[in-house]
Design a protein around this ligand. Structure first.
Ligand code: CA
Length: 269
């Protein structure tokens, strides 16, 4: 049944490819149309053809995709760049979709749409109970999946626009409107650039950032004294870490950069 569906969809896609390629290049030349969504979607699906199929449909909408075939590779992908939504298969080699979801929900809040051949109610309940936002049963109409992806992205982007006013971690509170750091209610001095670095790392929601990325965002320049980032991180650690040589909040990601430990974080809107 599933196999037949894949074959049918592939034939459909190939037949449409030649007609669509002109349309697609026209659309690309004209830039992103009114109906396209600028977003990054991670597809975790071990059946190559289905993953590619989903990819093709989302790309037609102007949505960028990364397709991986295992949960482990999905975890790596999430560490390397931010995604706005995940399309997740349940039956995967290695860690399955449920375990993947449980692991990422500790730190990530983007929408997750489960795509699975399993149709048992208990799967549905379990999937939603551990933080899936939607469930699409195989075989599915790609157009319906695309519509659901778009709907969840719209909601997610809308929520993100509502910036949190206060970020809490450990015994600290970062007041984003007042530009103030407090520890158990007591104000701690924090120079503007250190505030910006701290806010940037926290806002990355667990994604690692290289010193170059931090420098570019905080100092607004692509090239310059990137070493200044390490100095600011060092100063921040002295202010907020109990033991700056074993930081709990601002972690060093060896060979890459820094990340704010999302497990210590609470955002209030
Ligand atoms: Ca599968």
């Amino acid at each position: 049944m599933i196999l037949l569906w894949i074959v049918c969809m592939s034939v459909y896609l190939h037949c449409n490819d030649s007609r669509d390629s002109q349309k697609q290049s026209d659309a690309q030349n004209a830039g992103k149309g009114a109906h396209t969504v600028e977003a990054q979607v991670l597809i975790i699906e071990d059946e190559e053809e289905i993953g590619e199929l989903i990819s093709v449909y989302l790309r037609k909408e102007g949505i960028e995709t990364v397709h991986v075939t295992t949960g482990e590779n999905g975890l790596h992908a999430l560490e390397s760049k931010p995604f706005d939504l995940i399309v997740l298969d349940i039956n995967l080699p290695g860690i399955d979709g449920f375990e993947f979801l449980q692991r990422i929900r500790k730190t990530k809040d983007m929408p997750v749409i489960i795509v699975s051949a399993r149709n048992a109610d208990e799967d549905l309940i379990l999937g939603l109970g551990i933080g899936a936002d939607d469930f699409v049963t195989k075989p599915f109409s790609p157009k319906i999946l695309v519509a659901r992806v778009r709907a969840h992205l719209r909601r997610f982007f809308h929520e993100q626009k509502t910036e949190p006013k206060t970020l809490r971690f450990g015994r600290y509170e970062l007041d984003l409107e007042g530009h103030i750091l407090r520890k158990e209610g007591v104000r701690i001095s924090l120079p503007p650039k250190e505030f910006d670095v701290l806010r940037l790392l926290i806002s990355a929601r667990g994604t690692s950032m290289s010193p170059e990325q931090i420098y570019e965002k905080v100092w607004g320049m692509k090239y310059g004294e990137v070493a200044t980032v390490a100095i600011h991180i060092q100063r921040l650690r002295k202010r907020i870490e109990d033991d700056p040589s074993h930081p709990r909040f601002i972690e060093t990601i060896k060979g890459y950069g820094y990340r704010f430990n999302p497990e210590t974080l609470k955002m209030e809107r």
